[in-house]
Design a protein around this ligand. Structure first.
Ligand code: ADP
Length: 494
């Protein structure tokens, strides 16, 4: 009897493999970093073969250390860094170029041209995304502009492309399966959210032959089988990392929101069967598809969150590690009127000001480093509230709670202040491996390892729930101060 699900979590800097048991408990994990390539300022690449080698290695390691064989595995689930794109030769599986990573800005000028032509409106309407170098479409177009004969070869059907899930599936199945799931497809700028298919008009616009693209499947079904681990194992769940985290956090109902607090923050709200439309510049995307039903989501991110603490640590040397911030912030009753707007790289939703820059305002003679550290943590919570408010406005649903994960979610001060400033509870689950767990759930549901969402429900344990304790008048006064501080930071570099 198979007792485990293996989740492959292919991230931006490391590949991880995590083994989950029937209770959704992470029993063992292994992780390996792989090289990053920066060929020019603002450019980021990965070697797809290095990604695959590291992913295979950690999968083998985790099975070896836990003495789990292929027959003990009910299925494999994949979750991955999104938008990063690989182009390879079908006959040999050899990539034609390094993978272009989501962070890579090389196609920013192309995006400007698209906007000048007005095609960004078509893209927004059809794909739910904004025209930005972040997404795969212009990266793929770049490969065709820059690899000699690639277009002719693609037209002859010799090439295949895909996001990292597709690449891993191809490798796991020995080139038998060329497929992706709807959540990954929805990040490419080539996928129509309404028809849930690759969009011909967009493919023509980018001059990309349809034969290149993977088949699009749901997020929870049998994609194929791998024989690389000493027996046949079904690959049965695939989702992009943020969507997998939303599923792993069990945000199954409309209006449920998760926030991952890392370097930046990634927020996703389940908007149910409706494609959300945002008036605040949030992205509309597919959460997942299961049993023929598609769940959509609104997505918003905060560029600088935990990174503000890293800055205080590394550049100002106000603290030795990020974890110290909790005690420092708790040692003072407030920030002494200080606001820290960490707009180091501009501001995202709902402000969208690329010219905003970091600002510390409200300084008076009594302000000290504890106040500044506290202001950095509060800034994470304020920025999160701005995105949550935008989500509530756009979807018309007020969330009941915020489910949190990521490195900085360990900070109790931050979680409490977040609840205070939102005016509703923050829930921190006992299992913080939300992303890998989401991929495991999708794979386990497809293979009958778990029956349905209700069964998973009983596994969800909240380690700590933070209830709002701040009077509403104080909350709104503090938040109004934040909005004034943001105004000071805007348009600075113009
Ligand atoms: P990523 O996946 O983006 O690299 P992680 O989820 O590993 O991020 O979280 C790391 C980030 O969280 C860092 O920016 C760090 O400053 C911040 N961080 C980690 N622990 C804490 C803490 N206890 N309090 C506040 N911030 C923290």
């Amino acid at each position: 009897m198979a007792d485990y699900i293996l989740a492959l979590d292919q991230g931006t800097t490391s590949s991880r493999a995590i083994l989950f048991d029937r209770d959704g408990k992470a029993c063992a994990s292994a992780s390996l970093e792989f090289p990053q390539y920066y060929p020019q300022p603002g450019w980021v690449e990965h070697d797809a073969e290095e990604i695959w080698a590291s992913q295979l290695e950690v999968a083998r390691r985790v099975l070896a250390v836990s003495r789990v064989a292929a027959r003990d595995l009910a299925a494999i689930g994949i979750t991955n860094q999104r938008e990063t794109v690989v182009l390879w030769e079908r006959a040999t599986g050899r990539p034609l170029h390094r993978a272009i990573v989501w962070q890579c800005r090389r196609t920013a000028p192309h995006c400007e041209r698209i906007k000048a032509e007005g095609f960004d409106r078509v893209l927004r309407e059809k794909t739910g995304l904004v025209t930005d170098a972040y997404f795969s479409g212009t990266k793929l177009a770049w490969l065709f502009e820059n690899i000699p004969a690639a277009r002719e070869r693609a037209e002859r059907g010799e090439l295949a492309c895909g996001t990292i899930d597709t690449w891993l599936l191809w490798k796991l199945t020995g080139g038998r399966v060329h497929a992706t799931d709807v959540s990954n497809a929805s990040r490419t700028l080539l996928f129509n959210l309404h028809s849930l298919a690759w969009d011909d008009e967009i493919l023509r616009y980018f001059r990309l032959p349809a034969s290149l693209l993977p088949a699009v499947k749901s997020s929870s079904e049998i994609f194929g089988e791998t024989e690389l681990f000493g027996g046949r194992i079904a690959v049965a769940g695939v989702a992009g990392d943020q969507q997998a985290a939303l599923f792993g956090q069990q945000c199954f109902r409309r209006g449920m929101v998760k926030n991952t607090y890392g370097t930046g923050c990634f927020l996703l709200m389940n908007t149910g069967a409706e494609i959300p439309r945002s008036a605040s510049g949030l992205l509309s995307t597919v959460g997942w598809q299961r049993q023929g039903r598609t769940t959509y989501a609104l997505e918003g991110s905060v560029f600088i969150a935990g990174a503000a603490l890293q800055w205080l640590r590394d550049e100002l040397q106000l603290l030795k590690d990020a974890a110290e911030s909790e005690a420092m912030a708790s040692a003072v009753p407030d920030t002494h009127g200080v606001y820290f707007v960490p707009a180091f790289v501009g501001l995202g939703a709902p402000h969208w000001d690329g010219f905003a820059r970091g600002a510390i305002v409200g300084l008076t003679r009594g302000a000290n480093r504890q106040h500044l550290v506290r202001a950095a943590l509060e800034a994470i919570a304020y920025q999160t509230r701005e995105v949550v408010d935008a989500m509530a406005r756009d979807s018309g649903v007020r969330p009941e709670s915020l489910r949190v994960d990521g490195g900085a979610a360990r900070n109790n001060f931050l979680c409490q202040f977040q609840a205070d400033i939102l005016g509703f509870p923050v829930e921190r689950p006992a299992n913080t491996e939300s992303t890998a767990l989401g991929a495991a759930y999708l794979a386990g549901l497809a293979t009958g390892f778990w029956k349905d969402e209700q069964e998973l429900d009983s596994q969800f344990k909240i380690e700590r729930r933070f209830e709002p304790a701040m009077p509403p008048s104080q909350r709104e006064e503090l938040f109004a101060g934040w909005l004034r501080a943001v105004e000071r930071a805007k348009a600075w570099a113009r």
